[in-house]
Design a protein around this ligand. Structure first.
Ligand SMILES: Cc1cc2nc3c(=O)[nH]c(=O)nc-3n(C[C@H](O)[C@H](O)[C@H](O)COP(=O)(O)O)c2cc1C
Length: 394
């Protein structure tokens, strides 16, 4: 989860990152996956994102490299392998928070603006906060210093710092997802036009990261299956998964949603038992049949030991991702889920108090505001961890 603990101008991990991740490091998790690290500080998702400097004059200083090493060592001090989530928000980078001018455009495969809805307020929010993106040139995609290079540089920095791998964020409407989806990629060159060409930027990035790191460096990817609403687009998604799997990816995390339709955070995913069975069943079944050896991760809604065991035993997934519960119980596995000696199955759960947004937020005619408020509630727990305090669940 995005920690929002590394403000500008340098956006490097700091004492607060160490304090928060230190709590997770000692929690008995099978793996830690960091919040999204932006591959360019010119295009941030949030003002406190960890980010890689984009300009050559800002190449990571020895202090920055040291800060990354300390971060990696802290996460892994109790032996938990840690993977860095790498992201570029593309058209979902709000104005005014990144190291670019307020009026500079976002970038995307095609100049398709965000669409929050038809009302004046929704249209105003989309145009003022995000605007219409600049259509990336081929040079900006795959040329020297382009986006592929930026992902590779971020992966190299993660590798050299001592992290065990990276996960490419190709979901939630961010830049790689914008390339993969026909809704946001209208290109007719080598990066658009067919499912395979829309996946080209991802495939080049995976191959280049493998070449720049090592065969044992873990490379995963988070993909959306939400466009798979019709059987036609499901076959597109499966074709793209086949290409990604063929590139030697180590795991795939299936998710869904974007800023326009934030399914990844919707309340009805807080269901118990079998979240993995209910989520994105078309893609999950397709993966299980077509790529039985592919390691599949599902995140969202897991709250009980029994539910997690059922999802694993039924073949629903191989890895279980846990988000919000980790912000209120940083030692959830050690204290509850894996503590079979002291905590029987019927008590092995974490119940999050449903977040009650203030009236004005609940009735605000913009879905993103409600999403932001709920995310901020859990983000506030991460901030407490960064300040060396215990999180609280109210
Ligand atoms: C504060 C906060 C920050 C998040 N940041 C990210 C992120 O950086 N990358 C990502 O892939 N998902 C992010 N998410 C989504 C979570 O990873 C997860 O998919 C979502 O919370 C659903 O899982 P859960 O029901 O276990 O919480 C974030 C969620 C929260 C609450």
């Amino acid at each position: 989860m995005a920690e929002n603990l590394a403000p500008g101008p340098d956006h490097k991990p700091n004492q607060k990152s160490v304090s928060a991740y230190g709590q997770w490091a000692d929690g008995g998790w099978g793996m830690i996956l960091t919040g999204n690290v932006q591959v360019s500080d010119v295009h941030l998702g949030g003002p406190g994102d960890v980010a890689i400097p984009s300009h050559a004059s800002q190449t990571p200083s020895p202090e920055t490299k040291e800060a990354w090493k300390t971060w990696a060592a802290t996460c892994q001090r109790s032996g938990t392998p840690t993977i860095v989530q790498l992201c570029h928000p593309g058209r979902q980078s709000p104005a005014g928070i990144s190291n670019r001018s307020f009026f500079a455009k976002t970038i995307a495969p095609s100049p398709v603006p965000l669409n929050f809805g038809p009302s004046i307020l929704e249209r105003l929010a989309a145009s003022l906060l995000f605007g219409t993106p600049h259509e990336m040139t081929v040079e900006e995609i795959s040329g020297e210093g382009g986006v592929v290079d930026q992902f590779v540089e971020a992966a190299r920095q993660s590798f050299e710092a001592g992290f065990k791998g990276i996960e490419l964020h190709g979901a939630h409407g961010y830049l790689l997802a914008q390339f993969l989806s026909p809704l946001t990629n209208h290109r007719t060159d080598s990066f658009g036009g067919t499912p395979a060409k829309r996946a080209e930027v991802v495939l080049r990035t995976i191959r280049a990261i493998r070449a720049a790191t090592s065969p044992t460096f873990c490379i995963g990817i988070k993909l959306n299956s939400v466009d798979a609403a019709t059987s036609e687009s499901l076959s597109d998604v499966m074709a793209q998964i086949r290409l990604v799997a063929g590139c030697g990816i180590d795991f795939i995390e299936i998710s869904g949603g974007s800023y326009e339709n934030p399914l990844m955070m919707s309340a009805d995913r807080d269901k118990e038992h079998g979240a993995a069975r209910e989520l994105f069943p078309g893609v999950r079944a397709g993966c299980a049949q077509g790529f039985p050896r592919l390691v599949l991760m599902v995140t969202g809604g897991f709250r009980t030991r029994i539910g997690m065991e059922q999802a694993l035993e039924s073949g629903g997934c191989d890895l279980i991702g846990i988000g919000r519960p980790a912000t209120v119980k940083p030692k959830l596995p050690k204290e509850i889920i894996l503590n079979t000696r002291d905590v029987p199955d019927e008590r092995a759960s974490v119940a999050l108090t449903p977040y009650q947004a203030p009236w004005v937020v609940k009735h605000f005619p913009l879905k993103m505001v409600g999403l932001g408020a709920s995310t901020m509630h859990y983000g506030a727990q991460i901030k407490r961890m960064g300040d060396g305090l215990e999180p609280v669940d109210r």
